[in-house]
Each structure stands twice: as C-alpha cells, then as structure tokens.
Ligand binder design. Structure first.
Ligand SMILES: NC(=O)c1ccc[n+]([C@@H]2O[C@H](COP(=O)([O-])OP(=O)(O)OC[C@H]3O[C@@H](n4cnc5c(N)ncnc54)[C@H](OP(=O)(O)O)[C@@H]3O)[C@@H](O)[C@H]2O)c1
Length: 299
C-alpha cells in the first residue's frame, strides 16, 4: 500500500511517517522544504495544498497511491483570528482540494479534525453526530474543511477529530510548561477548561488503523479520561521531577484572542469499537511519552 501523509513536518504528521505499518510505503509532504525541521525526512516539501494544481501535480508525481492521511492545517488558534483568510485557505479549501483529487483517483482519505468544532458548553462527552457550533476562526474553518471534504468525497472519507495534542516534535503544552517552570518561581494554570490530553504516540497508530480498515464516517480519537489544564500541568511537572509550585486559576485571568471550549471531552466509543481497544488513559500516555523522551535524552 502507498500512502501520502500531508503536514509531514508537523507534530502529528511526523509521527505518522515514523509509525507507518509494515508493508506501507509512506510519502510525506509539507509547505516547508524537505529537511527544514527536526523529524523524519520526507521527499515532497514546498507544496502548497491550498493550490489545486499543486495537489494534482503532487499526486501525479507519487502515483499510484492508495490513500492519504491529511494532517496539514493552520493550527495557530489565536493568530487565526487575525488571519481568517489564510486559516480558511488552509483548513477549509486545502482539504477540499485533497478530497477532490482523492475522489477522482479513487483514494481513501483520512482528514484529521478537532474538538474546536464544538462550543464546549456541553457536560457529556461529545459524540460525532452532536451539533457543531465552533467559537472561533480555527474551529469554523476546520468545520468547513470537514463539510467540503465530505461533499467532495463522501464514499471514501474518514474524519477523525482529536484534541490537546502533544508529542516528540513541535510546540505543545508539556513543552511550554517545562520551559516556563525553568524560568519562573511559580505557575498559574487554568482549571476551568476540561478535555483529554492526547499523545501523538497514541493517536498515530489509531489513525493508521482507521486507514487500513477504510472506515468511513466521523470518529473521535483522544486518550481516555479527562483533565483540566491545571491537572495536566501538575502531572507533567511531577513526572519530570520539577517542584515549581502550580496554582489553579480561571480562564478570565488569561484572556486570549480566540475563545476556548470549556468542556471538550470527546466520546471515542466508535473508534474503540472499530479497533477493539481505547487509546491509553492520558496519565499512562503521558508517562509513556516521558519515558520515550528520557531515552532520547540519554542516547
Ligand atoms: N495540535 C493540537 O492540539 C490539535 C488538536 C486537535 C486537532 N488537531 C489537528 O491535528 C492535525 C495535525 O496538527 P499538528 O498539531 O500536527 O499541526 P502542525 O504541527 O501545525 O502541522 C501542520 C502542518 O501543516 C502545514 N501546512 C500549513 N499550511 C499548509 C499548506 N497550505 N500546504 C501544505 N501544508 C501546510 C504546516 O506548515 P507551517 O507550519 O509551515 O504552516 C505544518 O507543518 C491538524 O489537522 C490539526 O487541526 C491538532
């Protein structure tokens, strides 16, 4: 099987390249030139998926392909409020371009999406079919990307929504907490936003399973259990043996340009049924990530 991973220089895409199952020949593409960032090297850098012709050219170059894992996105949630057109191009138009080309070539496509399609006013884990009501530009453009892709390729598309990602590469919450803890005497972290911290080391094999099973439809994929950002920060500092005190606070103490959903726990039972198991509980996933990081540091 020959599979293209978009966003191959990103946090999730780079992990997917490394986790390609035996028998899969994997190709990576990103806006960045190949080798511009830390991570596995991919051959097809410098491709803008917002341009339909560039998508066509890339797919012709790699043909024959069987499937596409589409991770490329505009992920700067706050900056998206100031750059709505760029966010729309990358999150809404690029997936449509990819879905259209996939449909014409008979390729299966997995589109990675987000909990930000919901408003976070719920109290029960969100099911894939629950009403969507994004709060900001990022969520709105990602939702439009879901809808456009589905219209372009309804028979061969899986949409997988995830959340609170971290992993061995890229910028993420654990990295930010450890950096701030090394610079400050104490930290304040919001405890009124609840979700499920999710490691790319857990998510990546689940995405490969969705692709191999060609499971169409919408799935939610996150580590088991729930936490506030404060809970998550405490667990990170404990694991990394950092004694910097952490205090809980409310979202109003950290005003951000883009509003965040207060409750964004996802109901992942469809994915659990599909795979026969859930993603690891978030604390176990975090300690697995910690172990993997420590090994790299000691090599
Ligand atoms: N990170 C999270 O917490 C989180 C949560 C929920 C869902 N997700 C979703 O998970 C997926 C992967 O996220 P991630 O955190 O791995 O994102 P990431 O690290 O920001 O990677 C996305 C990649 O897409 C590239 N890209 C941007 N515009 C492009 C274009 N026009 N053509 C081709 N490539 C382009 C980016 O390049 P540049 O960096 O050069 O722009 C970047 O390398 C995304 O769909 C995201 O919406 C992420």
């Amino acid at each position: 099987m020959r599979v293209l991973v978009t966003g191959a220089a990103g946090m999730l895409g780079s992990q997917l390249l490394l986790d390609a199952p035996a028998g899969v020949e994997v190709f990576g593409t990103d806006l960045a030139p190949a080798g511009a960032r830390e991570g596995p090297v991919f051959a097809h850098g410098g491709v803008d998926l917002g341009e339909p012709e560039e998508v066509e050219r890339l797919l012709d170059e790699i043909a024959p392909l069987d499937a596409i894992l589409h991770c490329a996105a505009y992920t700067a949630v706050d900056r998206a409020e100031e750059e709505p057109e760029l966010a729309h191009r990358v999150n809404a138009l690029a997936p449509e371009n990819v879905a259209q080309a996939a449909q014409e070539r008979g390729l299966f496509m997995v589109l990675v999406s987000t909990d930000f399609v919901f408003d976070g006013r719920g109290h029960e884990p969100y099911r894939p079919t629950d009403p969507k009501a994004p709060l900001g530009v990022y969520g709105r453009t990602k939702l439009e990307g879901e809808e456009r892709s589905n219209r372009a390729h309804p028979e061969g598309l899986a949409i997988v929504r995830t959340q609170w990602l971290y992993g061995p590469r890229g910028e993420h919450f654990p990295g930010t907490m450890l950096r701030l803890a090394s610079q400050r005497d104490e930290l304040k972290v919001v405890d009124d936003q609840v979700g499920s911290p999710t490691s790319t080391l857990e998510l990546s094999p689940a995405l490969w399973d969705v692709l191999r099973k060609r499971a169409t439809g919408i799935y939610h994929a996150a580590c088991e259990g729930r936490a506030s950002w404060y809970d998550f920060a405490k667990a990170i500092l404990e694991l990394w043996d950092d004694n910097t005190p952490v205090h809980p606070c409310g979202t109003e103490e950290f005003p951000r340009p883009a509003p965040r959903p207060a409750f964004s726990v996802l109901d992942c039972s469809d994915l659990t049924r599909l795979r026969g198991r859930a993603l690891e509980p978030w604390r176990i996933a975090l300690s697995n990530y910690h172990r993997a990081e420590s090994q790299v540091r000691h090599e």
